[in-house]
Design a protein around this ligand. Sequence first.
Ligand SMILES: [Fe+2]
Length: 275
Amino acid sequence: MTEQILQLATDKQGDLTLLQMTDTHLYSEPDGELLGVNTRDSFLAVMEAVLAQSQQYQAVLATGDISQDHTEASYRVFTEQAKKLSAPCFWLPGNHDFQPALQTEFAAAGISACKHIISEYWQLVLLDTQVVGVPHGQVSEQQLGFLKRALGQYPDKHALVLLHHHSVPAGCAWLDQHSLKNADDLFAVLAQHDNANTLLCGHIHQTMDKQYQGVRLLATPSTCIQFKPNSDDFALDQQEPGWRYLTLKANGEVDTQVHRLIDAGFVPDANATGY
Ligand SMILES: [Fe+2]
């Protein structure tokens, strides 16, 4: 099986800068709320802040849970905004996504379904870890095969592997039961490739930046509600929506920063007891 490969140009310094927006949880209805936060309004506020930053980036990454209600109209909210961004968008599904509607709307908006992107010094591999109907994730044999082929094809390029689910415990017991179930299979593949040492995910609605088995694991706040770090039971955080930039350097280093809205008031219902 031959997968599509898309090529991205670096900036003048040879860097590849990426904008990640994750877990938008959009609804078709303008007043759709997730635990007291209007997810469309919070996403639009993030978009406004991103556009105001005028940061240069070569690609936008949507790392799953784009919709909360499975509707084509909810995906259209995302694609309408993506058009305003100055770089092509790439995506992978999260546990909440409904891929038939996602694929239909994103294709209609001209957003590529390509999952293997190469640049001068780096390659990006976007994995589908969704197990339909459940919150946890799994890398299928098919997806592991895809990753192996991608990494084997360009062994000299540094690799950023993207997926929705977190692959090691985040420190929140209630969330960690919904992690990537066969993370060992994924790490076994990464261990075969010296240049595959950065994983980027969403799903946990909080910032993570840790090392595990020689791999840097990054997670990014949602554009809507945030989960409280280091909480065994379900708990919401009062932090504002966020997004992340990553600059992939020619030497394999990754410079990255999380940004958040400031005093925007998108804080969830403190009395919520579940998600
Ligand atoms: Fe999510």
